[in-house]
Design a protein around this ligand. Structure first.
Ligand code: GLN
Ligand code: ZN
Length: 756
């Protein structure tokens, strides 16, 4: 019989209970026992919830106190040397030390989980490293579920994915460690089997990526070794098509294969064809685990039918496309949302109902799930016909955009002369990236305003005073290009989304970003437009306080798109273009209001890159065009800045240069200017401000440190195109260190100028 399955449930808790428990524990307010009890409660609640939804195959081991990749590293005993020396008596504290660092040992690195906004902890590997089963977590949680009467399918990250996600400290490929980790995997799997697990879920999302020969060989080897001793293996791929890895995946000695049919619906036929003559079961990833839209059940059911026709009822499972980790938990809490919009959405809990509806329909006929199907149909019809989602004026404007709108009037070399003439900046101009410390009083004032405890005028006056102080401090410090400080902004995407048409906000739509950190992405449900200027008043006010150039501060279209739940009824590129037009209007309004420099932040440009290299060109083409559309309306005299962080640039230098920003600031101090090398090698033609202060650390660098970094930068970049700035915005820092570090930054600039 066809069954329903889930691949993973969000662990943070609908009230962000895990966040609260973790933070209380870290602060020392609660005991370890409290934390573990809270975690156990959440697991039990989530298992029961899935059971009540009717899900046949419920995962265990998908829970994590911080991160599932770090959990796997701990299970395998892959703890970096610098933490292994910590007090061994307390594995949980070693675990948190790895994730968060200690005074003596810096935290393990963090990076994005494939192309999602979830960050995992990057495993560290050394040549010849040995592994040993070091945690019984997976087995314990399987038994924990069993003890409350729920038989689960334990989840593990596959050995090849695990190794591929890590970073080799010496010069070798992590997959070379395969033989060393396989015995530990074997031990886990056979213990699970001995404890009564019938099947396991092994996640190998690398199967949706371009694989090297060594990874392919390793995948084959891994399953050849593990399959004979393991419970039945459901091998999952997600976030994209198996593509050229299909044959490899289809021939691995596993019991079943899970494929993502949301991201890659076109792979249905090739996958069916690859499986039809064998005995493998197929898990159909039909419900979008990464977005919040309700599914078109009719359409999904047609896919189930097709698979059923070819494979028969007994080889099918129906599931979300990937783990629900990337979805908010429960729509029921969104009581303030427009009811019509709300009817179009499904969060994790509702997604399980969708999975179940499809399963019931194939088991017992569509009639058995009539209610769910008709609700889906209705929602879809309402969404399609709702006038709020489409805006003819926007569509007409987009259709009329031509190549001229995407280019500045003259090339950078000519603009640079005009701009230098206009602004008369000194060599090595100094600036910051935008935000200044968001101190507690600012967050409190915003909360009070939102609650209605203070009125708008009081709030705005408060913000004006803060802005005024911030401008005065920057003048005093002696920066050349000032910013207003962004005190009015809660978040760099939310602030814009709240003022744009086509966006909606949830009250409780939290999604884990990393550890205890959650984000609440806006929902883009309709055509985007900008009814009113969004930042002009603040920038103009700040400019009125100083003779120095005041940089306007905007978030770029790609970043707004990337950090939102985007609509799925049109291509992302189309949505991005609409946002770009809105930003373009804002840029022009800023220019009209006398703002001569405008920064358009695009920190998420790189993370939008598709998993497969063949798709990069297409993505980069529209992403770059969108940035250019937003930036290019201005006169030559107006200086466009952009900012990027957490990114490598080597392989996308063409695109970065094609943005044609007059000045780009990048985060590079932590990499000791290594990231800048790409710009030098490429002969990057425009101006650049490599960060000289790692703002993620409370440490205040000396001007000598900064000069040393800048000297290094000067090896690759010409002096007349070099700016001096911190790595990133300063909103998480405090004022004393900010003032001290910026003072050092100014003296670094002076020292450098003196040598010229
Ligand atoms: N202008 C933003 C700020 O300063 C940029 C944030 C970022 O770098 N991601 O906060
Ligand atoms: Zn940044």
């Amino acid at each position: 019989m066809t069954v329903s399955a889930n691949l993973g449930f969000p662990r943070i808790g609908v009230r962000r209970e895990l966040k609260n428990s973790l933070e209380a524990y870290w602060k020392g307010d609660t005991s370890k026992a409290d934390l573990l009890a809270a975690a156990r409660q959440l697991r039990a609640r989530h298992w029961k919830l899935q059971k009540e939804a009717g899900i046949d195959i419920i995962p265990s081991g998908d829970f994590s106190l911080y991160d599932h990749v770090l959990d796997m590293a701990f299970t395998l005993g892959a703890i970096p040397e610098r933490f292994a020396n910590l007090d061994k008596s307390d594995p949980l504290d070693v675990y948190f030390a790895c994730a968060r660092g200690t005074d003596t040992a810096p935290a393990m690195e963090m990076t994005k989980w494939f192309d999602t906004n979830y960050h995992y902890i990057v495993p560290e590997f050394t040549r010849g490293q040995s592994f040993a089963l070091s945690s019984s977590r997976v087995i314990d949680e399987f038994r924990e579920a069993q003890s409350i009467g729920i038989k689960t399918r334990p989840v593990l990250i596959g050995p090849v994915t695990f190794l591929s996600l890590g970073k080799a400290k010496d010069d070798f490929e992590p997959v070379e460690l395969l033989e060393a980790i396989l015995p530990v995997y074997a031990e886990i799997l056979s213990t699970l089997k001995a404890n009564g697990a019938d099947c396991v879920q092994i996640d190998d999302p690398v199967l949706a990526c371009d694989l090297g020969e060594s990874q392919k060989v390793a995948l084959k080897r891994a399953y050849d070794v593990l399959a004979p001793i393991a419970p039945k293996i459901m091998l999952t791929s997600y976030f994209g098509a198996l593509g050229d890895n299909l044959e490899l995946a289809a021939n691995l000695p596993v019991e079943g294969l899970h494929v993502d049919l949301v991201r890659a619906p076109d792979q249905l036929e090739p996958v069916l064809e690859a499986l039809v003559s064998g005995t493998k079961s197929l898990s159909l990833g039909l419900i979008d685990g990464r977005n919040i839209w309700r599914a078109d059940l009719e359409n999904k059911f047609a896919i189930v039918r097709r698979a059923w026709d070819l494979l028969g009822p007994d080889r099918l499972q129906i599931a979300p496309s990937c783990s629900l980790l990337h979805s908010p938990i429960d729509l029921e809490y969104e009581v303030a949302l427009d009811p019509e919009l709300r009817s179009w959405l499904a969060f994790a809990k509702q997604k399980l109902d969708e999975v179940q509806a499809l399963t019931v329909a194939i088991q017992r006929g569509e009639g058995a799930a009539r209610e769910a199907f008709s609700a889906s149909k209705q929602a879809l019809a309402s969404r399609r016909s709702c006038p709020k989602t489409s805006n003819r004026a926007v569509r007409n404007r987009i259709a009329a955009v031509d190549q001229h709108a995407l280019a500045r009037k003259h090339p950078y070399a000519e603009r640079a002369v005009i701009q230098q003439d206009h602004f008369g900046l000194p060599a090595f101009p100094t600036t910051t990236i935008g935000s200044y410390p968001q101190t507690k009083d600012i967050r409190q004032a915003r909360a009070a305003f939102k609650r209605g405890d203070i009125n708008e005028e009081t709030y705005l006056t408060f913000l004006r005073v803060r802005t005024q102080e911030c401008v005065a401090i920057q003048q005093q410090i002696g920066l050349d290009v000032l910013v207003h400080g962004e005190f009015e902004r809660n978040d760099m995407v939310e602030y814009f989304g709240e003022q744009l048409e086509g966006f909606a906000f949830t009250k409780n739509g939290w999604v884990q970003s990393y550890g205890s950190r959650c984000v609440k992405p806006p929902v883009i449900y309709g055509d985007v437009s900008r009814p009113n200027p969004m930042t002009v008043e603040w920038s103009a006010y700040a400019q009125s306080l100083t003779e120095k150039p005041m940089k306007g501060m905007l978030t770029g279209p790609v970043t707004i798109l990337q950090w939102s739940f985007a609509r799925d009824d049109q291509p992302r590129a189309e949505t991005c273009r609409q946002i770009a037009l809105a930003i373009r209007d804002e840029v022009l309004d800023l220019e009209r209001a006398g703002i001569g420099m405008i920064q358009i932040d695009e920190p998420a440009l790189r993370e939008g890159l598709p998993l497969r290299k063949v798709e990069w060109e297409d993505y980069l083409a529209w992403a770059v065009d969108c940035f250019r559309l937003s930036a290019s309306g201005v006169e030559d005299r107006t200086q466009i800045h952009t900012h990027m962080c957490y990114a490598e640039f080597n392989d996308i230098m063409d695109a970065i240069a094609a943005l044609d920003a007059d000045v780009i600031s990048i985060e590079t101090s932590r990499s000791d200017m290594e990231l800048l090398e790409a710009f030098g090698t490429f002969n990057y033609p425009n101006a650049i401000g490599p960060g000289v202060w790692d703002i993620h650390s409370p440490r205040v660098p000396s001007s000598a440190d900064m000069v040393a970094l800048l000297q290094k930068a000067l090896e690759t970049m010409p002096a007349d195109r070099l700016w001096i700035n911190p790595d990133c915005g300063l909103k998480t820092r405090d004022w004393p260190e900010t003032k001290a570090a910026l003072g050092q930054l100014i003296s670094a600039a002076e020292k450098l100028r003196a040598t010229r």
